[in-house]
Design a protein around this ligand. Structure first.
Ligand code: PLP
Length: 396
């Protein structure tokens, strides 16, 4: 039987894929602590975590709920709370995570319609408005950054306001955008925002966050029947996450502490500074990849800054490039589910100069090894120029 220490690499791989992202040592330390899940210390932890979360979600919303589970569990908690047979959901989908919203909504017995972006473009506001007027959805479900294909929804605020004016609840998956780019929940009048730990927030996988507006909360609390889910019942979870701080189920204490620490790091850095660092880093990466001779798969303004998708060059397999990078340089990037792309993450600690240099170099060398003509020197010098051009935004 293999020992765990024989299974894990002696040096952990640098996680430069679409998540999970590397965690800082302080987050790792918090993740190594277990305290009682109930009682005065935990109560302070919950209150503090919610205060930081309100800053990161840019909301005054009271109902911030942690979920013991992946981001998908946070999605499911929201869906389960606001949808049931007889209700209608309109899903804006451009990939796997949009389809996941739709599938979850169907499983709650709701009537579900899906809308896709236009060819080579984004979601048409005009078309969306017509669909809303026709369908009168109770809930609109969106994915701010579709990680699976590296696509971003720049018109999200406009779409949300169209839906909100028609009295639909607007729920948004911001797993790869919250903590990376501006997502002002209250300004955009979003009713539900979900975030996972392991991506934009820079924490561990397996504990996630839900933020709910008063409108969403009133639907959840006024429904005739409770949802069939028990663990993912938001109202039941509020027993622990609300002022009672009572028992619902045993919270994943180390994960809660890690999430608190990760949110605190974001607050300490400041949202504006953090957004600027992420943008400078991702732009430098994109320019370096282009200088190398590789092709980015999504055009602006639909390119997702936090997960940059690159077309796999001819005559080489995604898996060959990825294995070479991992085996030779200890850098791991993502393939994809379906499309012939590789993906490099730009979330949290992935947006540091030393990690960019290592990743771009490893990718360039992998391409070269497999006979793809690339200009590695141009890529490296572009990185250097981009990252060091302004000492103020120097991405350390
Ligand atoms: C990763 C991801 C999810 C799912 O996260 P899990 O933690 O694997 O459940 C959902 N939505 C988006 C946009 C993601 O990137």
């Amino acid at each position: 039987m293999n020992k765990l220490r024989d299974i894990l690499p002696s040096e952990p791989l640098l996680l430069m894929g679409a998540g999970p992202v590397p965690i800082t040592s302080v987050v790792a330390r918090a993740n190594g602590v277990v305290i009682n899940h109930l009682g005065p210390t935990m109560n302070k932890v919950i209150d503090g975590l919610q205060t930081h979360a309100r800053y990161v979600f840019q909301t005054e919303a009271e109902h911030i709920i942690g979920v013991a589970g992946p981001s998908s569990a946070a999605m499911e908690m929201m869906i389960a709370g606001v949808l049931w047979p007889g209700r209608t959901a309109l899903v804006l989908s451009e990939g796997i995570f949009g389809e996941r919203w739709a599938e979850m909504a169907r499983r709650c017995g709701a009537t579900v319609e899906t809308m896709h972006p236009e060819e080579q473009g984004g979601f048409s506001v005009k078309q969306f408005t017509e669909r809303c007027d026709q369908l009168k959805p109770d809930v609109v479900l969106m994915t701010h950054g579709e990680t699976s294909v590296g696509r971003f929804v720049p018109e999200l605020a406009t779409l949300a306001s169209v839906a909100k004016k028609r009295k639909a609840l607007v729920l948004v998956d911001t797993v790869t955008t919250l903590g990376v780019v501006d997502v002002p929940m209250d300004d955009w009048q979003l009713d539900g925002v979900i975030a996972g730990g392991q991506k934009g927030l820079g924490s561990i996988p397996g504990i996630s966050l839900v933020a709910l507006s008063d409108d969403a909360w009133s639907v959840i609390t006024n429904r005739a029947e409770p949802p069939t889910q028990w663990v993912l019942d938001a109202k039941a979870a509020w027993e622990f996450w609300g002022p009672n701080h009572g028992y619902h189920y045993t919270a994943p204490v180390p994960g809660v502490l890690a999430l608190f620490q990760a949110l605190e790091l974001i607050a300490d850095e400041g949202l504006d500074e953090r957004f600027a660092r992420h943008q400078a880093s991702s732009v430098a990466l994109q320019q370096a990849l282009t200088a190398m001779g590789l092709q980015l798969s999504v055009e602006e303004p639909y390119r997702l800054q936090s997960v940059v998708a690159i077309n796999v060059p001819d005559r080489v397999e995604s898996q060959q490039i990825r294995s070479f990078m991992a085996d030779t340089f200890g850098v791991e990037i993502s393939g994809s589910f379906g499309a012939n792309i590789i993906r490099i993450g730009q979330m949290g600690e992935q947006c540091r100069a030393h990690n960019l240099f290592k990743t771009v170099y490893a990718l360039g060398m992998a391409c070269r090894y497999y006979g793809v003509e690339v200009n590695v020197a141009a890529a490296m010098s572009t990185l250097e120029e981009q990252l060091a051009s302004d000492p103020e935004t120097f991405v350390v």
